[in-house]
Write a protein that binds this ligand. Structure first.
Ligand code: 5GP
Ligand code: ZN
Length: 115
């Protein structure tokens, strides 16, 4: 998708620190981390948000969670714990309109999910 920053990262037109990649997804460090570890897991297919996922695209979500578990184990924060967040649409504050899953870890996260 033209003018989509995450499509540009997927296509390597914009640099990022990639922590995992396969044929379906890419995961890279968030440029403005909200925790010591802040990784974005992004499907390579441009889907705007979770609400737009078609039934036949739902398998990508299962795959993304497999990748999240793999990253958590490989990077050594699986046992300590982590948080996964997906924003969807205006009220959530979604800024990048390409579906993505935030992994937050590396410290005891606050009890508030909603600020
Ligand atoms: P959202 O609010 O849409 O759920 O989160 C978008 C996230 O993407 C933000 O945490 C923001 O810091 C991150 N982000 C935006 N542009 C870039 C970029 O060009 N590179 C990287 N690595 N992260 C980005
Ligand atoms: Zn995109």
């Amino acid at each position: 998708m033209e003018n989509c920053i995450f499509c540009k990262i997927i296509n390597k037109e914009v640099p990022s620190t990639i922590v995992y990649e396969d044929e379906k997804v890419i995961a890279f460090n968030d440029v403005n981390p909200a925790a010591p570890i802040h990784i974005l897991v992004v499907p390579k297919k441009h889907v705007e948000k979770v609400l737009d996922l078609k039934d036949e695209e739902m398998e990508i979500v299962a795959h993304i969670y497999k990748v999240i578990n793999k990253i958590a184990k490989d990077q050594g924060f699986a046992e300590k714990g982590f948080r996964v967040i997906t924003n969807c649409g205006k009220d959530s504050g979604q800024e990048v309109m390409h579906l993505h899953f935030h992994i937050l870890a590396g410290k005891t996260l606050g009890p508030k999910i909603v600020g």
